[in-house]
Design a protein around this ligand. Structure first.
Ligand SMILES: Cc1cc2nc3c(=O)[nH]c(=O)nc-3n(C[C@H](O)[C@H](O)[C@H](O)COP(=O)(O)O)c2cc1C
Length: 321
């Protein structure tokens, strides 16, 4: 038995599982692996490096005949970047964090489905009004950038606000229990990041993946320090959830001092990134790290999460008997 939802029907998927478009980590190989396994893989274009996008979109195109997609951070998108990505014929285009209206028409005119990731009910309404074909409701549990609302109450509120537009749940989902719960909240599937960051095909540094496996949710923190040091000007209400390391402990709550110390701190941070020193360099990860105990192929994760979710749904049905 496969789980059938509006998402699986729309794209002919075997499982309602979407790989989150993680900046620089969800490359073409990982996206293709998820799509080939019956989910929907999204390449993480993030801040929009055109050379990276060309390379990874060429790769995903070469490695799968199944539907796949691409994501960009909306406030970093440009018409040229959107055009570049559309040229590779993605089935879906995900925009997160910002006003999607400047790009919605071009994406939809290309025959591509527009997916908008939002963090609040009002943002979900705006996305639906802008023409979103799918809305992703992202809770604060998520790894990477996000806001303050928790997945559990946010998802059903977004489902109600944008019906009949299908909704996906994101934030804190790493196994079949989470996927089944998301479906019970009214979502048509789950968009999963942190769990796939620790897959074989992920572009995350091996040492960072080992940290995700070792970490507990209490080791994660929402912070702006990694945006300040990388000179990314994220606006309210966004912060990034990352593993707390020495850099984070030193500077969190001292953001002004950090901003004033960039001349000396940035070169040190740059060296740490080059050397893979993750006591300084960032590892974005969500509360789902509690549920992550291994690094395995993405196809194995899709299989595991699907099989577990099906079992959970049966358990739920049996509760009625
Ligand atoms: C390492 C990492 C990088 C991320 N980068 C992006 C990004 O570039 N664009 C984006 O829309 N979301 C990004 N996210 C957030 C995901 O889209 C998604 O909301 C999140 O991973 C879901 O929660 P989870 O990590 O608990 O599965 C990132 C998440 C992680 C863990």
């Amino acid at each position: 038995v496969a789980i059938r939802t509006a998402l699986t029907e729309a794209f002919g998927l075997a499982s309602p599982i979407v790989l989150a478009p993680m900046n620089g980590i969800s490359g073409g190989r990982l996206a293709a692996a998820v799509s080939n396994a019956g989910g929907l893989g999204l390449v993480g274009g993030g801040y929009g490096d055109p050379d990276w996008l060309r390379r990874e979109l060429t790769l995903v195109q070469a490695e799968t005949d199944r539907p796949w997609g691409v994501g960009l951070i909306t406030w970093r998108a440009t018409p040229e970047l959107v055009e570049l990505a559309l040229g590779y014929r993605p089935a879906v285009f995900l925009l997160s964090f910002g006003d999607v209206r400047p790009y919605a028409a071009a994406i939809k005119a290309a025959g591509c489905r527009l997916v908008c990731q939002v963090q609040e009910v009002d943002m979900a309404r705006d996305a639906a009004a802008a023409g979103a074909d799918i809305v992703v409701a992202q809770g604060t549990e998520a790894g990477g950038h996000g806001a303050v609302r928790a997945t559990m109450p946010l998802v059903p509120a977004v489902v109600d606000a944008v019906a009949p537009v299908p909704v996906l749940a994101a934030g804190g989902i790493a196994d079949g229990r989470g996927l089944a719960a998301a479906l019970m909240l009214g979502a048509q599937g789950a968009m999963i990041g942190t769990r796939f960051a620790a897959a074989d095909e992920s572009l995350m540094d091996e040492r960072a993946r080992a940290r995700i496996v070792a970490a507990r949710a209490a080791d994660t923190q929402r912070t702006r320090v990694f945006d300040i040091i990388r000179e990314y000007s994220w606006s309210e209400p966004y912060t990034g959830r990352a593993l707390r390391n020495r850099f984070c402990s030193d500077w969190h709550d001292r953001e002004r001092e950090l901003a004033a110390a960039l001349a000396t701190e940035m070169p040190k941070y740059g060296r740490a990134v080059e050397q893979g020193d993750f006591e300084t360099a960032v590892v974005f990860a969500g509360e789902a790290v509690d549920l992550i105990n291994d690094v395995v192929p993405a196809a194995e994760l899709v299989r595991r999460i699907s099989v577990e979710a099906e079992a959970q749904l049966r358990v739920g049905g049996a509760m009625l008997a």
